[in-house]
Design a protein around this ligand. Structure first.
Ligand code: IPE
Ligand code: IPE
Ligand code: MG
Ligand code: MG
Ligand code: MG
Length: 287
């Protein structure tokens, strides 16, 4: 199976389950429902759900137990994008090929749609019945993970970070959710401690490489493919890998990081090929 087939299959499964979740919520104000759906069902690569489902599948050859976690992480990721685009943060007007949510519904509804997705994500992940997984997700999404990372990212504007500092920003703002995607899948699949550690190392490396690639695409990517504006980091004077290492240096760093991700899967056999291909996709993608 090609990586795009793998991603499509996992995306379709996740989207169906997300629509089923939406259908169970009664009495949601219409504009809020519409706003959440606008951002959530706008495409998106669905990389994090694919990681959740893929990690579960290599452990137990069945991804079904991880489906609520796959939905929850995409809800949290989408909320993070809605808030990231707000005028008080990155102030972007294009996302997933559409005008950003606040451009369509205004800042207040965009904030609340993000709040709604974040909160309901915990209703959804709780359906796994696995308290450890719920806590892992909270820690990765919250102040010790993505939210903390977004603060560090904002504080890095107009400053030159060291490479170590920048790695920490990336590990928090983007890496934490990607790492936990692999971990939740592994835990819900019933991984042994050794398997969990391997998938954690894999997720961590993918997470860092993913944000390096995002930074590179902000410089050389195509807006039509990406569905978001390029040149945004430079305009806001952000600390990024290309700014610190140059484009070639950043590309090399991304490749080396992906090699680490693939090495982490050494103890697995053919069942991990989809995750190996996914790792390569993370740095070879143009969207
Ligand atoms: C963009 O994430 C924001 C980052 C964390 C770099 P994605 O590139 O996964 O965005 P979608 O989900 O495909 O739109
Ligand atoms: C965002 O990083 C990370 C999030 C937690 C949303 P960026 O600000 O670089 O993401 P894009 O480029 O806007 O998608
Ligand atoms: Mg940002
Ligand atoms: Mg942004
Ligand atoms: Mg970016």
């Amino acid at each position: 199976m090609s990586v795009s087939q793998f991603l499509n299959e996992k995306a379709e499964k996740t989207e169906r389950a997300l629509r089923d979740q939406f259908a169970t919520w009664r009495g949601v104000p219409e504009v809020l429902h519409e706003a959440m759906a606008y951002s959530l069902f706008a495409g998106g690569k669905r990389l994090r759900p694919a990681l959740v489902l893929g990690a579960c599948e290599i452990i137990r050859d069945d991804d079904a137990p991880a489906l609520p976690a796959a939905c929850a992480i995409e809800m949290i990721h989408t909320y993070s994008l809605i808030h990231d685009d707000l005028p008080c943060m990155d102030d972007d007007d294009l996302r997933r090929g559409r005008p950003t949510l606040h451009k369509v519904h205004g800042d207040a509804i965009a904030v609340l749609a993000g709040d709604g997705l974040l909160t309901m994500a915990f209703d959804v992940v709780a359906q796994t019945g696995n308290l450890a997984v719920v806590r892992e997700l909270a820690q990765a999404a919250g102040v010790t993970g993505m939210v903390g990372g977004q603060v560090l990212d904002m504080q890095s504007e107009n400053r030159q970070l060291t490479l170590d500092e920048l790695r920490r920003v990336h590990a928090c703002k983007t890496g934490a959710l990607i790492r936990v995607a692999a971990r939740m899948g592994a835990i819900l699949g019933g991984a042994s401690q050794t398997q969990l550690e391997a998938l954690t190392a894999y997720g961590e490396a993918i997470g860092l490489a993913f944000q390096i690639a995002d930074d590179i695409l902000d410089v050389v990517g195509d807006e039509a493919n990406l569905g978001k504006r390029t040149g945004a980091d430079d305009a806001r004077n952000k600390s990024t890998y290309p700014a610190l290492l140059g484009l070639d240096g950043a590309r090399q760093r991304a490749k080396d990081t992906i090699d680490c991700a693939i090495d982490a899967l050494a103890a697995f056999g053919e069942e991990a090929n989809a995750l190996r291909d996914l790792a390569r996709f993370v740095v070879e993608r143009n969207a």
